[in-house]
Design a protein around this ligand. Sequence first.
Ligand code: ADE
Length: 225
Amino acid sequence: MPKVRTKLVTWDEVVGWCRELAEKIEKSGYRPDIIVAIARGGYVPARLLCDFLDIHDLVSIQVLHWGKAAEITAVAHVKYPYTLDLSGKRILLVDDIIDTGDSVIVARDYITKHWKPAELKVAAMQWISPVAKIKPDFYVDEVKEWVWYQYPWTRAEDTTNFFEKIVSERAKEGKTEWSFDELVEEFKEWYGIDVGEAYYRLALRRLLESGKLEERDGRLVVKSE
Ligand code: ADE
């Protein structure tokens, strides 16, 4: 059994979900003038929705919130606050997933206050209903049991963070030396997914470059803090 419920998401699934999302928005009669992508997770879905809904105006707002390896660390806030005049415009605010809802709430409140749109509706591919503080106006999947969606745009980052988590947790139990294959096997066991060799190599390179792991006699050694 994996330790962290994780779903490996393919690019084809993303395209399918966004097509479905666009259909729901069209059917509702809501006609956005502009899409606002929540950076960074909302970028790809927002761009696909522009295509499927034939919307040519796209801006973004960056909200910081999530820490490493699927753990919440900071209070959600707008990273680069700026002002736009969107008076009279109907906005579609887009993120990949509504988890706690904090990112969307912060973005929505900031936009409403500072950009003054006529209307704002929220769209996301996934909505984790038991934990979310907000229900999006449009979504594809209601997720009833918390899962980490391993989207293609965070594959390198997630793999690196997941490796780091494995290595630091196991170091507490005294395991401070790894082979590449052992690390990959443990990754598959903990997360129940396989992201492929290229991502494992990339993640390992990042951990070596950041000094979290060291190579000694062909073994990967955990650097003590
Ligand atoms: N970002 C915030 N929550 C997430 C989740 N459950 N899966 C993937 N990305 C997320």
